[in-house]
Design a protein around this ligand. Sequence first.
Ligand code: NAI
Length: 251
Amino acid sequence: MKFDFAGKMAIVTGGGSGIGAAIARQLAASGAKVVVADRDVPGAEQVVATIVKAGGKAVTYEVDVADAVEVEAMVAFTTKTYGGLHLAVNNAGIGGPSAATADYPIDGWHQVINVNLNSAFYGLKYEIPAILASGGGSIVNMASILGTLGFAQAPAYVAAKHAMVGLTKTAAIEYAKHGIRINSVGPGFIDTPLLSKHLDQAALAYVTGLHPVGRLGTAEEVAALTCFLLSDEASFITGSYHLVDGGYSAQ
Ligand code: NAI
């Protein structure tokens, strides 16, 4: 799916794999200059190479999104490299440990909250001033269907994604009159390394069966919605939470 992002500068965190990689590719294919930010530098470099080979513009940036100082530096790098910032996708995330709430490890809780929630706050904190200075733009925070539903054995992930949806609404209200639209996206289970690395065949079959369409989603399907929300075609959409879940949450 193509939009008009000519002259726009973008950051995609977690751009080195899965959903973030698909978003980075779709943004670049529509004319944006993209900073592919990830702690996995070889992964990000591979995505950048694909974009450049296809005639797009992108650079790699190494970041740990759980570190506020590194996120601030990522935004500064983007404005220095490309001269501004209009679009940001706070997408990097992890699954975390799998355990019931009473058994959930404290360090795992903090890790998931740091990577999946605090990162979105750090992103907004530094992206918003840069986007304001560039004349406005749009931000998408990558939540999950688990931003509105519970899921056994994933208390930290579910809590982080619910909080991310609320954070998105609040920031959207604050900056709606200042030319920044901010939305969250709620994917169902998507066929990316996040799933394939952590779930065995039986678990994959179980989560696949949770979707009425009878399959997992693709990263490209999430990227299409995300790019629409980032684009001027979505000019009246802000503060909302958009599902792309194959019917999962309709049940
Ligand atoms: P993935 O594992 O394929 O990609 C995640 C990327 O984030 C990786 O490149 C990883 O290196 C990077 N990353 C992780 N921690 C980081 C950190 N501290 N600093 C910088 N980069 C970091 O995962 P996927 O599936 O593409 O997930 C992307 C986002 O989508 C996540 O926020 C995830 O929670 C969300 N999501 C994924 C779903 C799925 O079923 N795959 C469903 C719903 C939401």
